[in-house]
Ligand binder design. Structure first.
Ligand code: AHR
Length: 401
């Protein structure tokens, strides 16, 4: 439209100039027409500039829109990737973080190996394993590290049973399911499942067995020394409470209880001190795991104390790992109460249930057995339930962990 107006004005100017060539009044008219033409040309320039600016603005807007669309597409793609990763099992690798207690015992070695075998790459897992060296602060740090990594599942074997609520709330905020293995957490319920042994029953079983065995042997008085596990761990609490319940009921004397921290070195140190303080006064030693029992055996050997079936001192142990059962067979440990370390396959079952959208059981007990040689196998019951014992043989030892 502007171009049309301009061409009309230019034509008028040309006509006016032609007429001007014919006289004075006509010359003035031609000047006026020329000025009008200049004005029209300036207007046309302005219009062209405006159109150009509008085109530039439109192009910039288009660029911005294209960039935004590209960004959105990238975000969507990333989100899809995240969803895919979260789905894990749908052909992807499942990322699992395991905050393990440490490496204090044969039992722990068997537990770690079992977890590493189950959560292997070949089985579709990427396992981040942290040995927390029996240090609770390190264990909390490990769990927070797993949250930062964004793993799909966190497995915790809690060194101690309290102090967990805050970090488990952080796991819940990050939407990472937690599965507790072996020892229990007693001050938070922010986890999906617990898989492990019943430590209280283990302690009661040791007590009830001792009662039945002492009766069979004609032993009238029990004076016991206890070497406890890591203080505040549910394994220590359950075994101590279970055994003490029977001891209180039967009126036995517990001369002392001190921690050996579930280690051979700890068991030896405590027993060395017991041998000095309670020389000739004790006839039962209860070690809350096999490694403590090995240390206690060294200390008693050094102090000249005779232990095992037919000797002055009855030695009771927990775990029943291969090395422990060998000492039962050798007539050193009188009875060994199992704590099964192979819970990882059951934990995997929990994860697979979650992967398929199911709800796993909140508590899953791993069954335990009680072991002795034939002469030490006696009938007894725990909470009114008859128990059976397994005779230690080469085959049994061979099949153990
Ligand atoms: O929590 C299980 C206990 O911890 C085992 O009895 C012991 O050997 C381990 O260190």
């Amino acid at each position: 439209m502007k171009r049309k107006i301009l061409s009309v004005l230019l034509t008028a100017a040309f006509v006016a100039a032609t007429i001007a060539g014919c006289g004075g009044a006509a010359g003035a008219a031609a000047d006026t027409a020329g000025a009008a033409a200049d004005t029209a040309a300036a207007a046309a320039d302005t219009a062209a500039d405006t159109a150009e600016a509008a085109a530039d603005t439109a192009a910039e807007a288009a660029d911005t829109a294209a960039d935004a669309a590209a960004d959105t597409a990238a975000t969507v793609e990333e989100a899809a990737e995240e969803v895919k990763e979260a789905a894990g099992g749908a052909g992807g690798t499942i990322n699992v973080g395991f905050a393990q207690v440490g490496h204090e015992s044969d039992w722990r070695t068997a537990s770690t190996k079992s977890a590493q075998d189950v959560f292997s790459e070949a089985n579709g897992y990427n396992l981040s394993f942290v040995d927390c060296d029996n240090d609770s602060a390190q264990q909390l740090e490990a769990v927070r590290g797993f949250i930062e990594q964004g793993v799909d599942y966190i497995i915790i074997d809690p060194i101690v049973s309290t102090g967990w609520d805050t970090v488990l709330a952080e796991c819940a905020d990050a939407d990472i399911p937690v599965i507790v293995i072996d020892r229990t957490i007693d001050d938070s319920d922010k986890y999906v499942s617990w898989v492990g042994s019943d430590f209280l029953t283990e302690g009661k079983a040791a007590g009830e067995w001792l009662k039945a065995y002492a009766e069979k042997q004609g032993i009238k008085e029990i004076n016991a020394l206890i070497i406890q596990g890591t203080t505040g761990s549910s394994a220590q609490i359950g075994r101590t409470d279970g055994f003490s319940e029977i001891a209180d009921r039967e009126g036995w004397t517990i001369l002392d209880k001190q921690t050996g921290d579930f280690t051979e070195e700890g068991g030896q140190q405590v027993m060395e001190s017991y041998c000095k303080s309670y020389e000739g006064k004790f006839n039962v030693v209860v070690c809350e795991n096999d490694n403590e029992a090995f240390g206690a055996m060294t200390a008693m050997d050094n102090a000249g104390v005779k232990y095992g079936p037919g000797n002055d001192v009855i030695l009771i142990s927990y775990d029943a790992c291969t090395a422990g059962l060998k000492e039962v067979q050798a007539g050193k440990i009188t009875a060994d109460f199992e704590c099964n370390p192979l819970a990882a396959p059951t934990v995997e079952g929990v994860i697979q249930t979650l992967q398929s959208g199911g709800t796993p059981e909140a508590q899953i007990l791993v069954p335990d057995n009680w072991y002795a040689l034939p002469d030490q196998i006696v009938p007894f019951a725990v909470d009114g339930k008859d128990q059976s014992m397994v005779e230690v043989t080469d085959e049994v030892i061979e099949a153990q962990y």
